[in-house]
Write a protein that binds this ligand. Structure first.
Ligand code: SAH
Length: 355
């Protein structure tokens, strides 16, 4: 059987894995032994709790599904580390590991490329090739856990791709990541970032996986937001905020709004006032991200004072806002810069911020 057609075990939940090992004539409990080792980042050949014969039987029809690490870039300034992974069909994805006082956090990619076309984002320049499977998203975490001998406790789905444009796989990933039989990461420690696919925000609210919803807002005026984010033409702000309200109501979680501050584009008092007005009855928090330079976009970050001023306007109006601190500055680990820097090595060095 060719490698590409083999079953990728990380894509299976425990029930599916039990069924699968059953078809190979193994008892159900073998699924638990296999899963435990796969989640620790081991390959089929390393699962010594299985007999050699069982490992061989399994290898004939299945692979673990752990992505292959092709490049690791370690920041010299902080502990941020960027990984380039190769998937079974040669597709490349990027993942960023960050270290905080509360532990390790990882920024995973959910698609290879992105279809959303946001003007300020480097991922928009990458042609979309395909959705990642649940196991391919999970595998990014598992591979890093193993390579560093750590246990990542926080996850942000903010790498390449629009997670809500890959809904079923992302939901399955969330179940695998949060279940006790999976990585057992609390849903409260997972953030899903979306550019605003309204129907799927509403669906997510019903899934009983209360992750932190992060919405990439970047502009409080419809006509201006539509210029930098084409998704706004399909799901304008009123619909987006209504979906966010529904999310807060059903999950009890406050929503985070991401606001990439771009000099002269969305950083004026007029923007801050409108933003504060729009958010005044919503349980939320605004994350201000000085925009990261991406070649060819012409967008610049405002100076320090303008950033503080913008943040000040919001807090004065009672909207909790923080300016995101920078990590991985030297390795292009920042929002909107993933993959580009590695693939076109030596590209924009990055004025990074954490994801
Ligand atoms: N598609 C999802 C998740 C990926 S992008 C989304 O849109 O939310 C992760 C975050 O980085 C988003 O908030 C995105 O708007 C932001 N981002 C993209 N390019 C950026 C840039 N050049 N500077 C700062 N933030 C950027």
């Amino acid at each position: 059987m060719g490698e590409e057609t083999k079953v990728r075990l990380l894509d299976l939940d425990r029930g599916e894995l039990k069924q699968f090992v059953g078809t190979l004539g193994m008892p159900e409990y073998r699924a638990n032994q296999i899963a435990e080792r796969l989640l620790a980042g081991e390959d089929i050949g390393e699962i010594t709790t299985l007999s050699k014969k069982d490992r061989q039987t399994l290898s004939e029809v299945a692979v673990s599904g752990i992505p292959e690490t092709v490049l690791v870039r370690q920041s010299k300034i902080d502990e941020t580390c960027k990984y380039l992974f190769k998937l079974f069909d040669g597709v490349l994805v990027e993942t960023v590991l960050m270290k905080y006082s509360y532990g390790y956090s990882v920024c995973v990619s959910s698609q290879a490329g992105c279809r959303m076309g946001c003007k300020f984002c480097a991922s928009s320049g990458i042609p979309f090739s395909r959705n990642l499977t649940a196991g391919e998203i999970l595998g990014q975490i598992i591979a890093i856990n193993r390579s560093k001998n750590i246990k990542i406790g926080h996850v942000v789905i903010m790498g390449i791709g629009e997670p809500l444009d890959n809904y079923d796989n992302v939901i399955k990933f969330l179940r695998l990541a949060t279940s006790e039989e999976g990585l057992n990461i609390s849903s409260r420690k997972i953030s899903l970032s979306t550019c605003g696919l309204v129907p799927n925000i509403k669906r997510l609210a019903q899934e009983n996986i209360p992750v932190t919803l992060s919405v990439s807002l970047h502009n409080p005026f419809d006509y201006e937001r539509s210029e930098i984010m084409p998704v706004n033409k399909v799901y304008p702000l009123d619909e987006l905020f209504a979906a966010c309200r529904e999310y807060v109501k059903l999950t009890g979680r406050r929503v985070t709004f991401e606001y990439a501050l771009i000099s002269g584009v969305n950083d004026t008092k007029r923007h801050a006032n409108e933003l504060a007005g729009r958010l005044s009855h919503l349980q939320c928090h605004v994350n201000i991200i000085p925009v990261n330079k991406v070649k060819g976009t012409g967008f610049e970050r405002p100076d320090r004072d303008s950033i503080e001023r913008f943040s000040g306007y919001l807090t004065e109006k009672g909207i909790p806002a923080t300016v995101r601190r920078e990590l991985g500055r030297d390795i292009s680990a920042a929002c909107g810069q993933l993959r580009k820097g590695v693939i076109e090595d030596g590209g924009e060095a990055g004025t990074g911020s954490e994801s």
